[in-house]
Design a protein. Structure first.
Length: 97
């Protein structure tokens, strides 16, 4: 799956216009939310909690056009709870955002 580094910024620009400061603030808020969602995955105590956290992450990623992150969250939803490989790929995808 291709990674489009400008997708998030394009989505934000479409929402708020040519406001670089606001785009930067919203991007930072998005990244913080993503990191909290991954934290919820890591701390999920049950498979249902894992799935719920993965679904929240998938929705968040979809809202911002983060296609790769959305796909990885979908893998987490459909895979086993606490899948270390998925968590590692999620961290790599976040580092690229």
């Amino acid at each position: 799956m291709a990674y489009d580094p400008g997708a998030i910024d394009a989505t934000l620009a479409a929402a708020v216009g040519d406001e670089p400061q606001l785009i930067a603030e919203l991007r930072e808020a998005f990244l913080e939310s993503v990191k909290r969602s991954v934290g919820a995955l890591k701390s999920a105590e049950t498979p249902d909690a894992w799935s719920a956290a993965a679904l929240r992450l998938k929705g968040l990623a979809a809202s911002f056009g983060a296609v790769r992150l959305m796909a990885l969250a979908g893998e987490a939803v459909n895979g086993p709870a606490h899948d270390g490989a998925v968590l590692r790929r999620l961290h790599r995808a976040i580092d690229r955002l």
